[in-house]
Write a protein that binds this ligand. Structure first.
Ligand code: PML
Length: 256
């Protein structure tokens, strides 16, 4: 298998990124698809696009995706209240919840968005070595079969327009939750027009929250909450160990 990864920048600022794992016969088509994605992002036309193709040297871990759990909130205030409650239920201290939300609201890389994620321990310390780059959960993909199952499920819920966002985020969150030491993840999009995000964990699944910020707000990102990790090993696994989602873990509505 091959890992194909794309990242696009404008004036040295991150615009978009995407990746997948494919067999050799899909390399050309995937490169074209990722180039198209880079060129049609709402944040503008990039002046730098990097697409890398890498043959995988280590075995690919196959996982069923986290279950996709849909919530209904009216606005970002309700959304954040729900996210706080879910994170508390995961055992994340109030201080860390408040700090992570405030970082994502302000732009965690000194007022700008990060390319990757924050790693936060339960004392609220940030463990990622580079606060601008952050940590990328990388070398991830989804099989055609799992992708079709997901597509059917979200089409039944009238969410097909958001397929790419949901699929990319669900695959990423599935890997993050699978890495030992992850207690949970908080994310909302940094695309100005996209207000959705999620709280994800192995314990509760991928809980999708349609409003975690106001439309037009360009700030967002990801926080991985961790306990008892060796940062070097954790980061290495997160960035390099290949994970392929080969089954969709199902969809349901959230019941409080
Ligand atoms: C992103 O922009 O990459 C993050 C999107 C998070 C929410 C995806 C969803 O709609 O479930």
């Amino acid at each position: 298998m091959f890992s194909i990864r794309m990242r696009a920048e404008k004036n040295e600022k991150h615009i978009s990124g995407a990746e997948t794992l494919v067999e050799k016969n899909m390399i050309s088509a995937t490169i074209m698809e990722l180039a198209q994605r880079a060129l049609s992002h709402e944040k503008g036309e990039p002046d730098f696009i990097n697409i890398s193709v890498e043959s995988l040297k280590i075995p690919v871990k196959k996982l069923t995706s986290l279950p996709l759990i849909l919530t209904h909130v009216e606005n970002e205030t309700e959304g954040k209240t729900l996210a706080r409650k879910l994170l508390l239920e995961l055992g994340i201290p109030k201080l860390c919840i408040a700090k992570s939300i405030s970082l994502l609201e302000k732009g965690p890389a000194n007022g700008e968005n990060m390319r990757g994620a924050i790693i936060m321990d339960l004392n609220g310390n940030r463990l990622e070595p580079d606060v601008v780059r952050g940590i990328r959960a990388s070398h991830i993909g989804i099989t055609e079969e799992a992708s079709k199952e997901l597509q059917t499920a979200i089409s039944d819920m009238r969410l097909s327009t958001f397929y790419t966002y949901i699929s990319d985020a669900l695959v990423l969150a599935t890997k993050v939750a699978s890495v030992k030491g992850t207690l949970g993840e908080l994310c909302w999009s940094d695309d100005p027009s996209y207000t959705a995000g999620y709280v994800a964990s192995g314990k509760m699944g991928y809980i999708r929250i349609p409003h975690l910020k106001k439309k037009g707000d360009p700030c967002g990102g990801r926080v991985f909450f961790v306990e008892n990790i060796d940062p070097g090993n954790y980061i290495n696994e997160m960035e390099s160990a290949p994970v392929l989602v080969n089954r969709f873990g199902g969809i349901r509505s959230f019941n409080e």
